[in-house]
Structures are given as structure tokens and as C-alpha cells.
Write a protein that binds this ligand. Sequence first.
Ligand code: NAD
Length: 459
Amino acid sequence: MSVRSVDPRTGKLVMEIASSTQHDVADALCRAKAAQQGWASRSKNERMEIIRGAEEVFTKERDMVVDIIQSEIGLPKRGSLGAYNSALRGFTHYPEVYAKMGSKDIWLDQKSWAETGARIDFVPHGVIGHIGIWNYPFWQTMITAIPALLCGNAIVFKPSEYTTLTGMRIAELWHKAGIPDDVFITLPGGSEVGKEMVRSDFDALVFTGGLSTGQDIISHAGVKPLILELSGNDPAIVCADADVEQAARGVANGTFSHGGQVCIRIKRVYVVESIADRFIQRLVDIAGRLNVTEQVGPLIRPEARDKVHSQVANAVANGAELLCGGVQIEGPGYYYSPTVLKVSRGVDIRFEQEIFGPVCSIIVVRDEEEALRKANDSIYGLGATVWTRDAAQGQMLAARLDAGTVWINECGRTLNCGDYFQGWKSSGIASSTDRLGMFLKKKAVIHNRSCEPREHWMK
Ligand code: NAD
């Protein structure tokens, strides 16, 4: 078995390499287990120094890695560079937060806990099996790698089968920066290698990808910590008072960038009817002007494009109006035209399935309350956006939206290198509120300093 990287801008083969075997997974896990202990036993300062120093290595090689990313996923240069630079911020952000973290003393009532103290220590999981995604192969890898390594974990990383070369370069650069070879190991391979990792004795698993794959992982992983970052179906609410220009450009950006292959892409737009015509007109105008190769980018594979096309056809068959796009663009590469679908009041279509492509589904609603109800009527809860000129209304809707991130008059940008980024409902499982905490487990140490037996103990 092998994995192949194909340039989706041209359809040309970039690289083919043999997949890892069952034995490779076991061997990597064994080596990482041995190496992790040495890594975790280094001082906190030493690990922080190495992580901080890695920024220089990754910055120096930025152009080379960005070229590889572009050749494997076709993301236009501006988007590739933006995601790369955003990941680089993790090299300063996470050490800064980690430096302030430490054990926590717990107050105990000395009447019942005479001479006893308690402390919570935070320790790394051990070896993390990381099953990666292709859509932002550098950013998505680094938002786990930086904090997880900093905390003293080792990582066995399987990049997506579409972005093996990026994954291999990331490992090389970590090693160049001083991370020991067996503390970050890359295993090329597809779903079979992922499945083998899920069955193996990792101390924790990190997975980013589709909901159905996540469900498969949950059923086969046994009892181990799972950090799952899954599908989304993000709503946007365009309020009656929204600035049409801001909302239309923001929604276009949040919908069509990277061919719409973004987990936090705006996928359902609920626009209040009093503003709907003006908003839709401007959005369609923007969609029609976009330079698809320069600003949107291709879909990852022909099958992905076929799936998007059939989802659009299905929506139209069920009563949605195709306002623009809906075309598989001919020629080299797997491009799809920016598409706007409109669902008028009275037509009953629920966009339950995530469309992973440059498709904007607009649903006209009576008011913000109807928009909110419909936005929350979803199994997903990754992100949501609100477009309004009224700050209080924006905050009120943000408070009532069921999503891990809500943007008001903003879209698609996460906090420092993915910190606090996590989905609600079926969009993910995370074991902590912030990102460093995901890669640490807690240990309560309860210490009775007296060496006398307690009165009530058995004799
Ligand atoms: P996918 O789920 O098919 O594959 C992702 C990874 O899992 C790949 O490395 C693949 O080899 C591996 N894999 C596949 N089947 C497996 C199995 N049964 N067991 C173990 N590993 C397996 O990815 P996809 O569906 O192409 O990705 C797109 C989805 O990812 C979208 O739904 C998108 O919303 C979601 N996504 C979510 C986030 C987030 O942070 N929440 C980020 C990016 C993408």
C-alpha cells in the first residue's frame, strides 16, 4: 500500500510513498514511549527554550514548507502564508502561558484533615497518537504539536494521506530545532494506519476530521483520553441592521476561502427578510467576480468535487434557488465555481449535512429570533457568526448561540495558534477549556504529615 500526494491545481502526482505497516506503528509507539520519559524529565525551562528556539527554524523554512503545502492542497499563497504565520505565534504564546502554570495547592479543612495538605500536579499524558487532517496541514498539526511537546508529551503523527510531504517536513524541522527524533515521529499512511493507531496503546489520541470518522474512532479506541475536532455546519446570522457591505464581504470571505474546505467555514446564512435582497445581491455580485484560481482554490480531489456538486443539485431539486455557480470548472485542477443558493420563506430545506466546498446557502427568515432558533437547530456546534451594527444585540445573540466560537462582525480567525478552539455538540470532544490543559492530566497528591494512625482507622 502507498499514499500519493496529488496537486489539486493540476492533478499531477507530487509524491508517492509506501504506507507504514502494523509493525511500524508498534515500533514507533515503543520508541516514543522510551523517549518520552527523557523528554518529560527535562526541566520545564529547557523544554520552553527548545520550543521558543524552534520558531527560528520554522520561520527560516517558511517558503519551502508553504510551497509544499500549496503543491499538496492548492490553497492560494495568501491563505497558506496566513495559516503558517498564525501557527508560528504558538512558539511564543504557549511558552508564555506554560511558564505561569504550576502545581496548585488545595485548601483542606484542618478539623477533618488534621496536618494534611493537598496539591494538584499537572503531568503529560505520555505518548499522543495524532491522526492529522489535510485542509490546513501545518496549522492543524502545530496547534497540537507545540502545546503537547511543551508539556512533555511525545507524538506519533500520521499526516493525512493527502499531505504526507508536509507532515514529513514538519518532523524534519522539529528534529532540527532540537526535539529528539523519537519524541516526534511521522508515520505516512491512510485510514488503515489511522485505524491501527486507534487500536494501539497510545496514552491519548488527537484526531481532526469528519464526524463519521470520529464516531468510528470512538467505537474502537477503548478507554483512553480522546481529543476530537470534528465537522461543523457553521451558521451566520445577518441581522436587519447589519452593514450590507461588511456582512456580504465577510460572508463571502468566510464561505469561499480555500474552496470552502474549512471546518469553521460559514455554511448556512440566516438573513432577516428586510435586508435579504440587498445582502444577497451584493454577495452574488462578489461571488461572480472572484478569481477562482487566485482567491478560492481547488477542491482536494475529484470525488470531493463530485460530492459538493451532488449536494448542490440535491438542494436545487428540493426547492433551493441557484443564484450563481453550481459548475465544475473544466480544465486542469479540481475547481468549483463559487455558488450561492437561496431558500425563500416557506420552502422547507434543512441544511443538515456539511457541504465541504465553496457553497453559500442563504435562508431568508422573518427576524433574528427565527434565525437564532434555526442556527441552533443543528447537531453541530463548532462556530457561528453574527453581523450587526448593534453591539448589545451581537453580544446577546453570541450568548445564545450553541457554538464553541462566536464571531461578531468577524470570521474565520482563531485565537493565538488555536488556543480555546473547540467544538460543542457533535463538533468535538476536548478534555480541557484551554489548549495546554488538553495535553496534561491532573494528579491529586494528599499528604498527611503526621505519622500517627487516624483514630477512626481499623485496629
Ligand atoms: P477524514 O475524517 O476522512 O480523515 C482525517 C484523518 O483520519 C486522515 O488522516 C485519515 O487518514 C484518517 N482516518 C480516516 N478514517 C479513519 C479511521 N476509521 N480511523 C482512524 N483514522 C482514520 O477527513 P475528511 O472527512 O476529509 O476531513 C474533512 C472534515 O474534517 C470536515 O468535516 C471538516 O469540518 C473537519 N475538520 C474539522 C476541524 C476542527 O478543528 N474541528 C478542522 C479541520 C477539518
